[in-house]
Structures are given as structure tokens and as C-alpha cells.
Design a protein around this ligand. Structure first.
Ligand code: FHN
Length: 428
């Protein structure tokens, strides 16, 4: 049972169901920092792009000037949602306000928002939420509740460098953060996720100020970064995949495609499509979700290298999505040739064997599996032609074609007969 919400285990499972099945989402880090794109006064500032104000110690008034150049006339929320959908993503989480305090929505409690401070002058969240709904995409808001470098009292947590930041954190929470979260929970219809961040200095008392607001969104799912010891619904390993997953918990790995969340013009250190697909598979095989980031430009474009990768992931997902969605962790650990995901359906258990290293001798050995196999076939085979299967000493051996159907990850489906029986893992 989630401790922040009064509900039964059954109610919680019902609330979490779509999220557990979705497996793959898009994170969007977008704000005024995209104008700087990693460069301040002609100098490339090291570190993640959305932290440029902090890293370069840019005074508040000076940073706010950059909003005048934030004019995302090329922003096409429909296109973003369709791209995410094509990639096989089932939800989007966007930074409604990051640590620079700039709101991507029309906030009545500050002028430091897209409507009042930029030439664009329109709420950016509303059309994204609408496009998401049109296309059956779940939508969530990231909100930096404890760190805000442009409002007095909000920089307490992250250190401050400008008099304009001085103030009382409690007052900041009461007058800016809480009212803004109320706006987010009131003005956009049903919101699926609230993604808190950096709960530095968030005492229990401070965190509890946000809890009553959650009643405005009875189905909302929240991460574990509100602070004050409130666990939330899911864990958030960042930029790494836990070796063994987080057994018994819901969790989501958030990760960048290059080395920054917010746009940086010169960060070209892109992960390959192979890495991204294998990460998704690795995470699913350990029972987690993957929230993969894009950092759009100040004009409103998702960088081309991200688009290319998302399209390639989508090509793979269009064939192999079944082996990801609504699956749970591998019952056979990490086999030597790749990963395994599992699905329980009304007509029995299916194992999806994700083969990264295709056996050149055409013999794929599934360790520890003691159940009988009713059917085995390649997921990419539209005819589902049966492959030969033998019980062997190590487990089960499947005869596969000599050539891998997919160079990144080919999937063999095993339909298990009756109950799933697996030998315990060997120690060491
Ligand atoms: O400081 C932020 C960072 O900018 C980024 O938003 C990530 C995403 O998880 N969260 C914080 C660091 O943990």
C-alpha cells in the first residue's frame, strides 16, 4: 500500500496497472536553458544543460533576459506525441517547471512563465496534454518543488549566488510551489503522473503541504522524490540500470540519450540505437520501466539524432513490442546470450527470449527451465512456425535458424505448458 494514499492493495494495483504495463516513456526537459544551449558569454559551460544558470552563476535578472529569446515557433506537440507513439512509448513526462523556476504553463502566481516572460506567450503544456489525449498517450508533469533559482527562497536547497534568491523556503513553498502544483492539477484535466525532483531540504512538514493536492488527481501516480521520507509509488534510478532491478518494488530508470537532459548544441555523445533498445530490454527483464529523455531546442524541435533513434527504436518495437509491454521480470535471471521477459496471460505463461548474441550453431539453450514447452517460435515470424525444442540437462534447447532475424535483439517466444518450473539459480 502506498503510504501517502489511503487505499487497499487491490486499489493500488488497479491504479498502477497502466504504468506497469506501459514500460516505456518519454521524458522531456524543456525551458529557457535551451536558449543558452550550453553556452554562456561565448564559453561552453561543462555539465548538464538545464543547470547552466547554476553552473555559470548567472544572476537572476540576467538569466530572465534569455526568456525573451525563448520563442518555440516550431513547437508541434502533435508531432512530439506521434514520435513518442511511433517509438513505442506509452507515456510522456514533461518538465512543467525545472530548477530555474521557469513555468512552461500559464501560472497566476508568478510572471516567470512562458505566457508572461516570452515572446511566444502561450501555455506549452495545454496543447501537449490535448495531443496526448487524442492519441491515447498518458501524460505526466515533472515539477521541481524544492529547488527554484529565480524565486526568493527557492534556491535554499541548491545554494545561491544572487541576493534576488534570498528568502524563506517555507514561504516559497506556500506562495509558489503549492499554488503552482494546484494549477497543474486543476487546469489540465486528468494528469497521470507527478514527477517530483531533488527533494533537498524537504522536511516531512514541507512535503506534507503537497499531499492534500494529490486528492485533486485521484488516479495520479507519483515518484519517490517528494521528500520528507514519503516513498511515493516508484523508485527512480537515474542514468543507470540496477544490476538486479529492485525486486518487490515499482521502479523506472530515467536516462539521457546523450549526456544532458536540457538541450546543449555541442553534446554529440549519443548512445547508439542498439544500446537504447538493449537498455529497454534489460530494464524490462528486471521488472522496471524506461523513461528516455529528449531535450528540445528553444525553437521547439526535438534534436534530429534523438528523432532518428526514436524512429529506429519504433521499427524494432513494431515487431517486438509484445515482448516488452505488460511483461514482468525474468524468471531465469540473465541468460548468457541476452535477457528474458515473462508474460502471464489467460492461456498460460510465455517467456520471451531476447537474444543479443545469436548462437552460430543454431542451438539456443535456455538455462534452468524445467517446464515443458508447448510451442516455440520467432516473434518476427508472421506464421509462427514452430521451432524444435528438447529438454536437456541445462534446461531447454531450441533449434533456431543460423542467421539472427534482428542484429540488435531477436526474440524467441516459448509458450510454457502448464505451470512454470525453474531451477533455483546456482550460488556465485
Ligand atoms: O537536477 C536534476 C536534473 O537536472 C534532471 O532533471 C534529473 C532528471 O532525473 N533530475 C535531477 C537530478 O537528479
Amino acid at each position: 500500500m502506498a503510504e501517502w494514499k489511503k487505499e487497499t492493495e487491490e486499489e493500488r494495483n488497479k491504479r498502477m496497472r497502466w504504468w506497469r504495463e506501459a514500460k516505456f516513456g518519454m521524458f522531456i526537459h524543456w525551458g529557457v536553458y535551451a536558449v543558452l544551449a550550453g553556452v554562456y558569454k561565448g564559453k561552453q559551460i561543462p555539465g548538464i544543460g538545464e543547470w547552466i544558470m547554476h553552473r555559470a552563476r548567472i544572476p537572476v535578472a540576467e538569466y530572465k533576459e534569455y526568456a525573451k529569446k525563448f520563442n518555440p515557433v516550431k513547437y508541434d506537440p502533435e508531432e512530439w506525441v506521434l514520435l513518442a507513439r511511433w517509438a513505442g512509448m506509452r507515456y510522456i513526462v514533461i518538465t512543467s517547471k525545472h530548477h530555474d523556476g521557469f513555468a512552461l504553463f500559464d501560472s497566476k502566481v508568478t510572471d516567470w512563465d512562458v505566457v508572461d516572460a516570452t515572446p511566444y506567450g502561450r501555455d506549452l503544456l495545454k496543447p501537449l496534454v490535448e495531443a496526448a489525449r487524442r492519441h491515447g498517450m498518458r501524460i505526466g508533469f515533472y515539477y521541481s518543488q524544492a529547488q527554484d533559482w529565480c524565486h526568493p527562497g527557492g534556491a535554499a536547497a541548491g545554494g545561491h549566488w544572487d541576493e534576488a534568491q534570498e528568502g524563506d523556503m517555507d514561504k516559497y513553498i506556500e506562495e509558489i510551489a503549492v499554488p503552482q502544483v494546484r494549477e497543474l492539477f486543476t487546469n489540465y484535466g486528468p494528469i497521470d503522473i507527478i514527477w517530483w525532483d531533488t527533494p533537498v531540504d524537504m522536511t516531512r512538514e514541507r512535503a506534507e503541504k503537497f499531499l492534500p493536492l494529490l486528492d485533486l488527481q485521484p488516479h495520479i501516480i507519483m515518484n519517490n522524490r517528494l521528500g520528507g521520507g514519503i516513498e511515493g509509488d516508484f523508485g527512480t534510478p537515474e542514468q543507470h540500470i540496477p544490476e538486479e532491478g529492485i525486486p518487490g518494488k515499482d521502479w523506472e530508470v530515467c536516462m539521457t540519450m546523450n549526456d544532458t537532459w536540457g538541450y546543449k548544441s555541442y553534446d554529440h555523445n549519443w548512445k547508439s540505437t542498439e544500446t537504447l533498445i538493449r537498455n529497454l530490454v534489460d530494464i524490462a527483464s528486471k521488472g522496471g520501466n524506461y523513461l528516455l529523455n529528449v531535450g528540445p531546442t528553444a525553437e521547439g524541435l526535438i534534436p534530429e539524432p534523438s528523432v532518428v533513434r526514436l524512429r529506429e527504436i519504433g521499427r524494432w518495437m513494431s515487431v517486438y513490442g509484445e515482448s516488452i509491454y505488460a511483461t514482468t521480470a525474468s524468471p531465469i535471471g540473465r541468460p548468457p546470450w541476452g535477457r528474458c521477459t515473462k508474460k502471464e496471460t489467460e492461456d498460460g505463461v510465455k517467456l520471451y527470449l531476447h537474444v543479443f548474441d545469436w548462437p552460430s550453431d543454431g542451438r539456443l539453450v535456455v538455462p534452468r527451465l524445467r517446464s515443458k514447452v508447448e510451442a516455440a517460435y520467432l516473434l518476427s515470424d508472421p506464421n509462427k512456425n514452430y521451432l524444435d525444442v528438447k529438454q536437456v540437462e541445462e534446461g531447454v534447447a531450441v533449434s533456431v535458424p543460423k542467421e539472427a532475424p534482428d542484429p540488435i535483439d531477436s526474440v524467441v517466444v516459448l509458450k510454457v505448458e502448464g505451470e512454470l518450473e525453474v531451477e533455483p539459480a546456482q550460488e556465485g
